[in-house]
Design a protein around this ligand. Structure first.
Ligand code: UD1
Ligand code: CA
Length: 451
C-alpha cells in the first residue's frame, strides 16, 4: 500500500479579509499550512501534494520543496480541487489521505487512526466526524435507521431536520485512489456549479459500500478557520495543548492562560515559566531556568540555570548561569557568556560579553567584544555610531569601566585597565592603565596592588 497526501489550500479565504493567503496566517507562530503538513508527517510515502490557487506563488515560496504543488486555477469546489492532484499521483499511490489546509488542529494520531480504519474497512472511502453542539457551518453526516452513513449534506443545502443533526463532517478522508479518480468525475455540479468532495460518500453508498466514519473524541480538532475570530479560538486551543505538553514534559508553567509558547520552541526540564511570558520562533531554553514574568524571547538560545526577569531577548544567545533584568533588551547578535549579570535597563546589540562580566545599571553596549570578569559601571555607553557607520569597541579581561564612561568607537581598552567616572574615551587605552577625563587622558600605569 502506497499512501499519498493531498492538502487542499486553493480557496481565497475571503472572510479573513486579508492580503495574506489564508493558509499562511500564523498560528502558534507557524503558518496554518505548516500545521496541516505536521498532521500528515510520517504517515505518507511521498511529499504531500498541496492544491494551490489563490496566492499560489506565496504559498509555494513559504512552504518550499517539502511539498509538491497542483494548481487549481479556478475554485470549482473541494471535489474539483482533489482532481487537480491526479496528474501528479495517478499510478503513484493506491491510497490517498485528503485533508484541508485550514484545519490546523487535526492531530497526526487521528489521521493514523483514520488510515488504520480504512485498511480494515472494505469501503473505498473512510471519513471522519465529530459529535457536538457547535455546527460552525459544517456538513451534516446523514445515517439510516441502522446507523450506517448514507451521505453528507452541506449546511447551505440542508433541510430543517438535517440541520438538527449533531454529527458533523470534519473533512479528513482516506480513499482508494483508483476508485476516487473515477468517482470524482461522476460528482454532479451543485446549484452554484461547484463539485463537492462530500458527494463521493453517497456515491460509494449507492455502489453498495458501507462507509466507516472515525468519530473524533475531541471536537476541537475540527476547528477550521474561516475568520479571524476562529483564528483566535484555534490559538487558544493550540496554546493549551502546547503548554500542557511542556508541563507533562517537566516544565513548570505558573499560569498557562497567560503564557504563550510557539510551536517551534524547546524547553528543558525543571525550568519555570512565569506569567505573561512569550517564547517565540525557534527559541531554545535550557534546564533549571526561571523565565519571566513579563518576558519575550524571540528566536534565541538560552542555556541552563538562567534567570530572566521582565526582559526582551531577540536573536540572542545566553549561556549558563546568566542573570538578567528587570528591563533588559538583548538585540540581534548579543552573546552573554557564562555567569554574565545584567541589571536594570541594559541593552546589548551585536556584542559578546565574556564569562563573569557584570553590567548592573543603565548601559548600552553595541558592536563590542568584551572580555571576562569586566565591570561595566552604571550608565556606560558604547558610542558606536558616528553618523555614518557602526564602529567596534574592544574591552580586555578584568577591565573596570567607571560609571558614566563614554566609549567613542572605534576604541580598545587593554586588559585590567580602569576608566574614571564620567570619562569620554576617544583613544585606545593600553593594558594596566588608568584613564580619566574628557577626553580621557592616561593618569598612570597600574600595579597589582591598585586593584
Ligand atoms: C467543507 C466541507 C464540509 C465540512 C467542512 C469542514 C465540502 C463541500 N464541504 O466545507 O462538509 O464540514 O469543510 O471544515 O467539502 N478549497 C479548494 N478549492 C476549492 C474549494 C475549496 O482548494 O475549489 C479548499 C479551501 O482552500 C479550504 C478547503 O478546501 O482549505 C475547504 O473549503 P471551504 O470552502 O472552507 O469548505 P467548507 O465550507 O468549510
Ligand atoms: Ca472551511
Amino acid at each position: 500500500m502506497t499512501i499519498a497526501s493531498i492538502i487542499l489550500a486553493a480557496g481565497e479565504g475571503t472572510r479573513m479579509r486579508s492580503k495574506l493567503p489564508k493558509v499562511l496566517h500564523p498560528l502558534g507562530g507557524k503558518p496554518l499550512i505548516w500545521h496541516a503538513l505536521q498532521a500528515v508527517k510520517g504517515l505518507v510515502d511521498r511529499a504531500p501534494v498541496l492544491v494551490v490557487g489563490h496566492g499560489a506563488d506565496q504559498v509555494r515560496a513559504t512552504v518550499g520543496d517539502i511539498a509538491e504543488y497542483a494548481l487549481q486555477a479556478e475554485q470549482l469546489g473541494t471535489g474539483h480541487a482533489v482532481l487537480m492532484a491526479q496528474p501528479l499521483l495517478q499510478s503513484k499511490a493506491d491510497t490517498l489521505l485528503v485533508t484541508f489546509g485550514d484545519m490546523p488542529l487535526l492531530r497526526n494520531e487521528s489521521l493514523r487512526q483514520l488510515i488504520d480504519l480504512h485498511r480494515s474497512s472494505k469501503s473505498p472511502v473512510t471519513m471522519t466526524s465529530i459529535i457536538g453542539d457547535e455546527a460552525r457551518g459544517f456538513g451534516r453526516v446523514m445515517r439510516d435507521d441502522q446507523g450506517n452513513v448514507v451521505g453528507i449534506v452541506e449546511q447551505a443545502d440542508a433541510t430543517p431536520e438535517q440541520l438538527a443533526i449533531r454529527e458533523y463532517n470534519v473533512s479528513a478522508y482516506c480513499f482508494d485512489a483508483a476508485w476516487l479518480w473515477t468517482t470524482l468525475t461522476r460528482i454532479p455540479a451543485s446549484p452554484k456549479g461547484e463539485y463537492y468532495l462530500t458527494d463521493v460518500v453517497s456515491l460509494a453508498v449507492s455502489e453498495g459500500f458501507r462507509v466507516a466514519s472515525l468519530v473524533l473524541d475531541d471536537p476541537e480538532e475540527a476547528i477550521g478557520l474561516n475568520t479571524r475570530v476562529h483564528l483566535a479560538e484555534a490559538e487558544k486551543v493550540l496554546q493549551k495543548r502546547i503548554n500542557e505538553g511542556w508541563m507533562l514534559a517537566g516544565v513548570t508553567i505558573i499560569d498557562p492562560e497567560r503564557t504563550y509558547i510557539e510551536a517551534g520552541v524547546h524547553i528543558g526540564r525543571d525550568t519555570v515559566i512565569l506569567p505573561n511570558t512569550y517564547l517565540r520562533d525557534d527559541t531554545v531554553i535550557g534546564e533549571d531556568c526561571q523565565i519571566g514574568p513579563d518576558t519575550t524571547v524571540i528566536n534565541s538560545m538560552v542555556g541552563n540555570h538562567v534567570h530572566v526577569l521582565a526582559s526582551v531577548l531577540e536573536h540572542a544567545e545566553v549561556r549558563d548561569h546568566v542573570t538578567m533584568g528587570p528591563y533588559c533588551h538583548l538585540r540581534k547578535g548579543a552573546v552573554l557568556d557564562e555567569g554574565v549579570h545584567l541589571g536594570n535597563f541594559g541593552e546589548v546589540k551585536a556584542s559578546y560579553l565574556g564569562p563573569g562580566t557584570r553590567m548592573g545599571h543603565f548601559s548600552y553596549i553595541g558592536d563590542a567584544k568584551i572580555g571576562k570578569n569586566v565591570n561595566i559601571g552604571a550608565g556606560t555607553i558604547t558610542c558606536n555610531f558616528d553618523g555614518e557607520v557602526k564602529n567596534p569597541t574592544e574591552i580586555g579581561d578584568e577591565v573596570f569601566i567607571g560609571s558614566d564612561t563614554m566609549l567613542v568607537a572605534p576604541v580598545k581598552i587593554g586588559a585590567r585597565s580602569i576608566t574614571g567616572a564620567g570619562s569620554v574615551v576617544t583613544h585606545d587605552v593600553p593594558e594596566d592603565t588608568l584613564v580619566i577625563g574628557v577626553p580621557a587622558r592616561i593618569i598612570r600605569k597600574l600595579e597589582r596592588s591598585d586593584k
